[in-house]
Design a protein around this ligand. Structure first.
Ligand code: HEC
Ligand code: HEC
Length: 323
């Protein structure tokens, strides 16, 4: 009898796994059959359109600002009905191949990660049928969806267009990409050596070329109220409490404020945090403390700034000069 119960349990597990995979396949379907360039164009139009939110007040780009490498300058962003979220908005460059999304790492598929903000109450809060109605009533958008996905296009195609656009957002055109090939000047080389050194240890958790390791670490930051348990929110495992994924440092000079809660304003202060061996809550996963003189700090900052992509920098300057 016991065996049957066990077997039943595994069967259910397997069945769940199976439906999950099927659903993922369903969601990911269309990748090959559609005209990707048209899908990207559609996705871009949707990304900047506030029709995606319940009260038509915000778009994806309200929080993922293109002039700040698709991150936000606010500590935490505001969703519909002026509700604040509890985390800092990350950049969405270079998501292709990322193994998980969101800071607890619970979503492994970009289609699902895109559905998240579309549906959640604090973000856009608009349900599928309403969005399809809005698209259908916009003749230009409606015709383009038909061209890209066919007459009977569905909600998952809308999600897919947004995914195709996000996958097209690459940023690998920084000074760093050129200097690593041809060599940089003395200050930059000094910054690079510090970044890769055993004493600072930055490159262990922020390895090139994306400068993120897709693992979870505790920097001793999470404290106070409301407490963010990071990965622990997903696993309920106390060894995962307060752990966050190391964010990519590509374009980091444009994405202040920093950390999951946006609690650090400048890169200089981030460096100070590491010098002190992390935040106030001890112990944490940082194994080193170190001292840097002004020149070394400057060199490390210079290295971090060299990770800003040319296109991201131009988008930033264009927006600044337009006021
Ligand atoms: C109200 C602000 C806000 C809006 C609107 C918003 N986002 Fe986000 N986005 C965030 C925040 C905050 C996070 C980090 C959440 C977390 O990790 O818990 C995030 C995370 C993401 C991620 C995961 C990135 C990663 O590397 O883990 C993706 C993908 C994303 N958003 C895409 C979108 C898309 C597409 C839209 C529009 C449909 C959108 N977002 C709208 C604030 C927003
Ligand atoms: C043990 C792994 C680890 C080491 C070592 C490490 N980092 Fe980090 N880094 C992280 C994690 C995790 C975060 C995100 C923490 C959070 O969101 O609360 C982070 C965040 C950052 C940020 C903020 C990025 C953003 O977009 O918010 C910067 C800048 C940074 N690290 C630079 C460095 C530098 C420079 C060094 C070396 C002095 C370094 N890191 C060493 C894991 C590490």
């Amino acid at each position: 009898m016991k065996n049957y119960i066990f077997f039943g349990f595994f069967l259910t597990l397997f069945a769940c796994q199976f439906t999950e995979n099927k659903e993922n396949e369903e969601l990911a379907k269309g990748d090959e059959s559609i005209d990707t360039s048209l899908a990207i164009e559609l996705g871009e139009a949707l990304f900047f359109d506030s029709m995606l939110s319940l009260d038509s007040s915000i778009s994806c780009s309200s929080c993922h600002l293109p002039e700040f490498a698709f991150a936000d300058t606010a500590r935490v962003s505001k969703g519909v009905h002026d509700q604040f979220g509890f985390r800092n908005t990350p950049s969405i460059f270079n998501l292709k191949g990322k193994p998980f999304f969101f800071m607890e790492g619970g979503v492994e598929n970009l289609h699902r990660a895109t559905l998240g903000p579309m549906l959640t109450e604090e973000e856009m809060s608009l349900q599928a049928p309403q969005l399809l109605e809005r698209i259908a009533s916009n003749e230009h958008l409606h015709q383009n969806f038909i061209r890209a996905y066919g007459e009977g296009y569905e909600y998952r195609d809308v999600v897919d267009a947004l995914v195709q656009y996000q996958l097209s957002l690459k940023s690998l055109d920084a000074e760093w990409d050129r200097y690593t090939v041809s060599g940089g000047d003395g200050e930059w080389e000094r910054g690079r050596a510090l970044f890769n050194s055993d004493s600072l240890n930055c490159s262990t958790c922020h390895p090139a070329p994306l400068f993120r390791d897709d693992k979870f670490h505790d920097l001793g930051l999470a404290h106070g109220e409301p407490l963010d348990y990071g990965r622990g929110r997903l696993t309920f495992d106390s060894t995962d409490y307060y752990k966050f994924p190391s964010p990519s440092l590509r374009n980091v000079a444009l994405t202040a404020p920093y950390m999951h809660d946006g609690s650090i304003e400048t890169l200089k202060e981030v460096i100070e945090l590491y010098q002190a061996g992390g935040g106030p809550r001890k112990p944490n996963d940082l194994s080193t403390t170190f001292q840097l003189n002004d020149q070394d700090t400057q060199a490390l900052l210079r290295f971090l700034e060299s990770l800003t992509g040319d296109a991201a920098k131009s988008a930033h300057h264009r927006a600044q000069s337009n006021g």
